[in-house]
Design a protein. Structure first.
Length: 351
């Protein structure tokens, strides 16, 4: 659940006023013929001819607090720092939104700082993996190059310790709770089938979890965040929570493969994993990959239905449909999992 708060620290300049001002080309230091404003879950993004500017919403959740200017500033700085690991030439820095003496809001000139924004170089839409997938323009070599880039990044990160079965079990059970009651219980049967298989695999597979697999990764690998280039760039890592960004590399790869499957590119996951194994010298077990594909699809379904708990609800017809799509992927992945014959999760492994 999200809570919103006023901007008392910014001199009572409301979010709506900032959005209106930043939708005007005159607000920017460089010339731009037009500005496109795009609302996301946590931000407003303003696309000029050559750049993108991200304004954080004054929200608070269990993982973050953007209700103060100081909190949003820290997050902006953290976003730039972390994303420069995979897109060093894209994240240009943090800029001030100023209230000038004539009462206008501008990203240049002198005045009172009322907010901070992340400034990014705008990337070519034709390089985006999601766009290329939808157009049928992704080749095996594109995926192999992506795998090599991810291998270089993920294997360079220091190990942070073993994956926690307790943490994974919590993700599964939280998803079960949220989804079983969503949309008047229409997902309950599928959710219980998926979670039972995931919990059984988690309890009985000796290679799950492994040792020293957690790294400080991307945390939100999706086709819309991958720009094939060249050069390869991956943007929008999950910057607001260190805990959620710490993943098994297999988890990261499986999540990306699952998202490609949702867009019609089911072939990409296996090619990605094979190429990653060759580059990293470690081939992830098939069962482990299926487990993480199922888990990430289940979590994405949970995130979709949580949008229905917001006030106001944006695009209310979208979220049940999206949840159903992810649940189908979770069910498909969970069906690939096997556990010893006749074994069932113990009562401590499930709700």
């Amino acid at each position: 659940m999200m809570a919103s708060a006023g901007d008392m620290d910014t001199g009572s300049v409301l979010l709506a006023e900032k959005v209106t001002a930043l939708s005007d080309p005159a607000a920017y230091p460089e010339f731009t013929a037009a500005v496109t404003a795009v609302e996301t879950h946590f931000s407003w993004v303003f696309l000029t001819d050559g750049f993108a500017y991200k304004l954080k919403k004054p929200l608070r959740t269990e993982d973050m607090d953007f209700t103060s200017l100081a909190g949003r500033t820290r997050n902006c700085e953290r976003e730039v720092y972390l994303n420069r690991r995979l897109a060093p030439d894209v994240y240009l820095g943090v800029v001030d939104l100023m209230a000038t003496e004539d009462g206008r809001l501008r990203l240049f000139g002198s005045g009172r700082v009322v907010d901070r924004l992340v400034r990014m170089r705008r990337l070519a839409e034709d390089d985006c993996l999601e766009i290329r997938l939808k157009r049928g323009l992704v080749a095996s070599e594109d995926v192999a190059r992506l795998a090599r880039g991810l291998a270089g990044f993920l294997t360079s990160q220091p190990p942070l310790g073993p994956v926690s079965p307790v943490g994974l079990r919590h993700e599964i059970n939280t998803s079960l709770l949220d989804l079983a009651v969503a949309c008047d219980g229409c997902f309950e049967q599928a959710v219980r089938r998926v979670t039972a298989r995931l919990l059984a695999f988690l309890e009985y597979r000796s290679d799950m979890p492994g040792r020293d697999r957690l790294v400080d990764g991307h945390g939100d690998l999706r086709p819309e965040h991958v720009f094939l280039g060249p050069p390869l760039r991956i943007i929008d890592c999950l910057e607001f929570s260190d805990a959620l960004r710490r993943r098994d590399p297999v988890d990261e790869l499986a999540a990306l493969g699952m998202e490609c499957e949702r867009l019609g590119g089911a072939w990409i996951g296996p090619v990605l994993l094979e190429a990653y194994g060759k580059a990293a010298g470690v081939f992830p077990p098939a069962g482990l990959c299926a487990f993480y594909r199922g888990l990430r699809a289940l979590v994405r379904a949970r995130i979709a239905v949580r949008h229905l708990m917001e006030e106001p609800i944006r695009a209310p017809e979208r979220w049940p449909r999206q949840a159903a799509e992810y649940l189908r992927l979770a069910d498909r992945a969970a069906a690939e999992l096997t556990v010893p014959s006749g074994r069932r999760p113990s009562s401590s492994a499930a709700l």
